[in-house]
Design a protein around this ligand. Structure first.
Ligand code: IPD
Length: 268
């Protein structure tokens, strides 16, 4: 591939190749039982393990070798400003707490974006091998097993939505999120806190949940899974415009206006 290429399928192909290699590394390095914490980040409950770092180092090295002019924004390392206009947005292990405890929902999440446009995204659940990929304008796909296109199924009525959500690491932010969820819970079927935002967004994409809401997401939590969700046909929104750090909510277009109004009314 020419380093200057920004063709979404070529970017996805690289994301898949590198993501699979990183997932294999994470699987191989994970010890039995509890994984030790190497450090904490934004708060005492925001962990990083040596394996998060090893995964990111591998992804950085592979992307740099294939596309030396691209930028790189990863959860665990310094931001690299590129010259090609393409930037890789990477969470080397999304769902680090699940990874530490052995809850089988943690993912490698790799996206390539140009400006605000995410061009390609790949998410692999390291624990069970499920894979999702998408390109801008090209649709969303399950890539494990026999690859096939996925579309967000028609939703149930508002009161029957199964809503995925998550909580940030800052105790004050969590307290506010908890209050908003308390208001939401009696008005929907139920909520799920799976513990990996990229997987929540892929679940929205293929209908294993009906809706999603979370505050405080970083670009690496959102980029790849967000593209999978929108390319599958879900709508994502922020508080008053595109999704951002303040709020990400998503649902099938048939229920999105009502659901987004409910989320706002709940005080997210
Ligand atoms: C976290 C997970 C979690 C979400 C947090 C994220 P990390 O990512 O996606 O589900 O609720 O907001 O920070 O720290 O495990 O990579």
């Amino acid at each position: 591939m020419s380093p200057a290429t920004a063709e979404p399928q070529a970017l996805l192909d690289l994301a898949v190749e590198v993501g699979r290699e990183a997932a294999a590394l994470v699987r191989r390095l994970r010890p039995e039982g509890r994984v030790p914490v190497a450090d904490t980040k934004s708060s005492a409950t925001d962990p990083v393990t040596a394996i998060d770092r090893a995964s990111e180092e591998l992804i950085r090295a592979r992307v740099a070798a294939a596309r030396p002019d691209d930028g790189f924004l990863g959860e665990e390392g310094d931001t690299l400003v590129g010259t090609s206009g393409v930037e890789w947005v990477v969470d080397p292990i999304d769902g680090t707490v699940n990874f530490m405890y052995g809850v089988p929902a943690y993912a490698v999440s790799i996206a390539a974006r140009r400006g605000d446009d995410v061009l390609a995204g790949f998410v692999v659940n390291v624990a069970d091998g499920r894979e999702w990929g998408a390109t801008l304008g090209g649709g969303a796909f399950r890539l494990d097993g026999t690859p096939h296109r996925i579309t967000t199924p028609a939703p149930p009525p508002l009161t029957h939505l199964l809503v995925a959500t998550g909580f940030g690491y800052d105790p004050q932010v969590r307290a506010a999120q908890g209050e908003a969820v308390t208001r939401l819970l009696p008005q929907v079927r139920d909520v799920r806190r799976i513990g990996a935002a990229a997987l929540d967004l892929c679940a929205l994409a293929e209908g294993t949940v009906d809706a999603y809401v979370e505050q405080g997401l970083h670009p690496w939590d959102l980029a790849a899974g967000g593209l999978v969700a929108t390319e599958a046909g879900a709508v994502l929104s922020g508080l008053d415009g595109p999704p951002d750090r303040r709020l990400v909510m998503g649902a099938h277009p048939d229920v999105a206006p009502e659901y987004f109004a409910l989320v706002r009314a709940c005080g997210f």
